[in-house]
Write a protein that binds this ligand. Structure first.
Ligand code: 6PG
Length: 253
């Protein structure tokens, strides 16, 4: 695994850095996959603050650099609310970003979040059947994650039994400490089978956990368990979330 930590000064720099990283990951994928239109770039998005940061990628200067018709979007997690509810990750991603790029709606694979959570987790796993497998798990080309101040990521929370899930691709949770309590999430083996994972993390409330994960190598936090064994891991931080790092920044090269 290659790990890169990049510290940005301010939200705007974070947005531009994320746009450049997504473009770079896409370009590297395209070099490996040629012009075969049947090959798709599989990307998973998160909720929280990520959709708004990602919106920069929809700017004209960036969006023309990705072939959106070759991208298929999934969600790393979803809250069990209707897709047009203001807590919906689908809605947040659609409103901030997906509606502004040239992506066909059939290439945005939402979670059927109005169904019973276990049922919708099962259905979502079935909707991943075209994604190539790595070690028996779907291997996304890119997963974009956020992290909470408690070290959770997607809907994987500290100390939760779901962290030990080793068989299913998608799991339901009905006791999320972050509201709403019912959610559906990719499991760790899927996240760790991804070719690239990018954490986008802002705010000094996350600085302690960031330092524990990145400098002490703490793997108690769900975000610290993300370790795509044969992929790339990028931590994109703002100055607040990086303020307890001693070594600071390793620049992207
Ligand atoms: C969710 C998210 C969740 C989020 C983190 C960070 O649906 O709640 O997917 O994992 O990414 O809580 O959220 P912020 O970026 O808003 O801090």
């Amino acid at each position: 695994m290659t790990k890169i930590v990049q510290v940005c000064s301010g939200t705007e720099e974070l947005e531009h850095a994320l746009a450049e990283i997504v473009i770079r990951v896409f370009e590297e994928w395209r070099i490996g996959n040629g012009t075969d239109a049947d090959q798709l770039f599989y990307i998973a998005l998160s909720g929280g603050s990520l959709p708004v940061v990602l919106a920069r990628l929809a700017d004209q200067t960036y969006r023309s650099r990705i072939e959106w018709n070759r991208c298929r979007f999934y969600f790393a997690d979803e809250r069990c609310v209707p897709l047009d509810h203001e807590d919906s990750n689908y809605k947040a991603c659609w409103d901030a970003f997906l509606s502004k790029i040239d992506v066909a709606e059939e290439n945005v694979i939402g979670i059927d979040s109005e169904k019973e959570p276990h049922e919708c987790a099962k259905l979502y796993a079935e909707r991943m059947k075209h994604i190539p497998l790595k070690n028996g798990f779907p291997s996304f080309d890119l997963i974009l994650l956020g992290m909470g101040p408690d070290g959770h990521t997607a809907s994987l929370f500290p100390g939760h039994a779901l962290l030990g899930e080793e068989s299913v691709f998608v799991a339901a949770i009905d006791d999320s400490p972050k509201p709403p309590p019912c959610r559906v999430t990719l499991t760790l083996p899927v996240i760790n089978s991804s070719s690239s994972v990018v954490f986008v993390t802002g705010g000094s409330g996350k600085a302690d956990v960031v330092a524990k994960i990145l400098e002490e190598g703490n793997t108690d936090f769900p975000a610290g368990m993300v370790n795509p064994s044969s992929g790339n891991l990028v931590w994109l931080l703002d100055e607040g979330s990086a303020e307890k790092l001693q070594k600071n920044d390793c620049a992207l090269n």
